[in-house]
Design a protein around this ligand. Sequence first.
Ligand code: PLP
Length: 458
Amino acid sequence: TAAAPETFDTRELQRLDSAHYLHPFTDHAALRARGARVIVRGDGIYLWDSEGKRIIDGMAGLWCVNVGYGRASIADAVHAQLLQLPFYNSFFNTTNVPALRLAALLAELSPGAAFQHVFFTGSGSEANDTVLRMVRRYWQLAGQPQRDILIGRRNGYHGSTVAAASLGGMAGMHAQGGLPIPGIHHIGQPSYAEGGRGMSEAAFGLAAAGWLEDKILELGPERVAAFIGEPVQGAGGVIIPPATYWPEIRRICDKYGILLVSDEVICGFGRLGRWFGCELMGFQPDLIAFAKGVTSGYVPLGGVLVGARVAQLLAEQGGEFQHGFTYSGHPAACAAALENIRILRAEGLVERVAQETGPYLKACFAALATHPLVGHAETCGLAAALTLVRGKGAGVHDCAPFAPQQAVGMLCRKHMFENGIIMRAVGERMIVAPPLSITTAQIDEMAERIRACLDLTL
Ligand code: PLP
């Protein structure tokens, strides 16, 4: 006989949560008033809460559960590794088998197999802290230690540690704690809807890349070490740059000898229908930060893929790079990643995003854009945004926006949450980024539910 399903005392769990748990990025007074929803189980694209309600996870957790929930083979791989060797570090002339196998596999999967070295971290934030230290170390070794400035973008998100939050361009984060740290500057984000009025998308892409050159010239090219950006900005609201943007950014970096870093924490491991977002956007970076999708979030893991230019100095000639984490190359995390990547390959999930589910989501979102509340819809692979507007117009620049204080995005998100679908609201942009294992029938189910919640918001 089947075991009775586990039952949960939601009110007691909420009481404990409220009494003891400080949540990330949360207004606790507001949370106390409503009580946290307790998520207890996941399978495929679905979650269940402690009341037994089924929810479509339109955000793949936090853009990370790429192979979907409930993969027993990842659990088995981690279990076996924990029994074999739960932990050993690779600081002092040691290594471990899952970490070295994963490093070799990532080198093979990397764009053009051009990133033959990998530095492991425990998260995306640590990956970007590593980027900052690696870039500065590179320029020391290259005999130009004065090149210590990194340039990021407004509304870019690179994580929550001091260096990563400084590289990011979230004004709210900077305001709480004196960020950014010295030596970090920002340029605008390549949002055509926001800044491209009166221009073609192609012309806007070149103009937005030109802001980097302006900033380099303002700071002095001999002082600039690197530029960092997400191929498609995720937390900033799924900002998809025009096709002209990234190749022009690469050209500008090359012109001044500056390193280019692609933060692929969201875009990597298939989100955009390629293994890495830079492959879709048509540029080859010098460093790639990754996390999230490398293990589908089953176990924390991040890292930096290092191209030949940096590796030659850092690994071949550099002496000791005084940087690393206890959990760099954690055997169980690397075992999870190896099995996760095996699944992505065996099920052709990355190719499916490019050929089937990505185009299908695009068509569904184009249909949702006919809703009276939706000004425009943008998708790239399985990352998508609907912009809610007060009045529709013919083009992206002809819509009447809601005033921020109306908080329509938050209202819409509340309806979604209460009606069984998780979406993210970035201002008035409603975001989805579901597991890559989603089927077209499930995309239909998700789109129907989104439409119903838009009706409730109207
Ligand atoms: N970089 C990007 C592009 C991200 O989206 C995130 C997290 O959302 C991070 C870095 C930080 O990763 P983590 O939260 O694992 O530290």
